[in-house]
Ligand binder design. Structure first.
Ligand SMILES: *Cc1c(COP(=O)(O)O)cnc(C)c1O
Length: 354
């Protein structure tokens, strides 16, 4: 397949690094590619960022047959551009594709197209430590048909958004609320795939948490409402005694790439690490026995997000006096130093552009 490139005449200007937020501003160009049963994936092209025109009957709008990814490119102090675990992201996209009956993509080809796109948008990648270029690959079902079935045709696109430093105001812990009323996903469903419906399903619980002054929802399993799954759209870790615990991937948890990165570093550092079931009662008891030392979420947007308070039913616990712990800090520093080229890429997580 030949990638065609159509450039915009006049390039836009990137806002000042200090004015960037998340996901509001987009770069000049995007990648597009189409799928039909007879041609497979075809017509890969980089072209000016533009609206998509769709029939109101388009399947994705009605039944949510959609998958996406979220990854980032970073600029080092030497102005090199680095992708973090991009291939792992596209591998996960192909897993999601299988789960949602979407045709898979050729990872090597998409990596080449993404690199081309990043070269063209080089000036859109912010430079301050903590800022980055967020990359959103997406596939949508495009048949104009109101029947419930897998679409025959699809559009794959990649859009790019310069994002500000997540911790511009400091690396401060968040307060989270355990929901035992709402669940995010159940085993056998689509919780382990990055697909739109999971996020629509999380909105009501999030709004309720926000109203009570909590930043995120801590999700419990959908069957017993007992075992911890995730926090907001991040994976979660607990440091209890000398054990670092994260819920095992059980079919309803999203397999986060940051989660894998934390596990890999922790094992390399010789920490005691467990991927296992962990109940909310175990966490509340560990707090009572003063063995719960740290709690943090992991995800591409924040890398590490320390948790300072958990509310479960009528009980509120404060973790590490509401302060960021050393373990959270160490993971955050180690991972971001690799992302920004401040530390050697000992784990082969980086792909450089050019
Ligand atoms: C994307 C996502 C994560 C984190 O995955 P990363 O690859 O680390 O960004 C965790 N949970 C949910 C529900 C997600 O959508």
């Amino acid at each position: 397949m030949q990638l065609s490139i159509t450039k915009k005449n006049k390039q836009g200007t990137r806002p000042d690094d200090s004015e960037l937020s998340f996901g509001k501003k987009f770069t000049d160009h995007m990648f597009n590619m189409d799928y039909s049963p007879s041609k497979g994936w075809h017509n890969p092209r980089i072209e000016p960022f533009a609206n998509i025109s769709l029939s109101p009957a388009t399947m994705v709008l009605h039944y949510g047959q959609e998958i996406f990814e979220g990854l980032k490119a970073y600029k080092t102090s030497r102005k090199d551009i680095q992708l973090f675990r991009a291939r792992d992201s596209f591998k996960r996209m192909n897993r999601s594709a299988k789960g949602l009956c979407v045709p898979e993509i050729d990872i090597d080809f998409i990596m080449d197209c993404l690199k081309e796109l990043l070269k063209i948008e080089r000036n859109w990648i912010p430079e301050t430590f903590g800022t980055s270029l967020y990359i959103r690959p997406t596939i949508i079902a495009t048949d104009a048909f109101l029947g419930v079935k897998a679409s025959d045709t699809y559009r794959f696109f990649i859009i790019l958004s310069p994002v500000g430093a997540y911790y511009a105001a400091g690396f401060n812990p968040v307060k989270i609320l355990v929901s035992d009323e709402h669940v995010r996903a159940v085993k056998g469903g689509v919780g382990e795939y990055k697909t739109s419906g999971n996020y629509a399903a999380s909105l009501l619980a999030s709004e309720k948490a926000t109203k009570q002054g909590y930043a995120q929802v801590l999700w419990l399993d959908g069957v017993e409402r007992k075992y911890i799954e995730e926090v907001g759209s991040m994976n979660i870790f607990f440091y209890i005694g000398d054990e670092l615990v994260t819920p095992e991937l059980n079919g309803s948890i999203l397999p986060g790439i940051t989660r894998y990165s934390v596990l890999q570093l922790a094992r390399k550092w010789g920490m005691k690490v467990s991927e296992r079931k962990i109940s909310i009662n175990e966490v509340m008891n560990a707090h009572k026995q003063k063995t719960l030392k740290e709690v943090f979420g992991t995800g591409t947007a924040a890398v590490i997000s320390p948790v300072g308070e958990i509310k479960y039913r009528e009980n509120i616990i404060t973790i590490n006096h509401g302060k960021t712990g050393n373990i959270a800090l160490k993971f955050n520093t180690s991972i971001t130093d690799i992302q920004y080229g401040k530390a050697e890429d000992t784990e082969s997580w980086i792909e450089k552009i050019e």
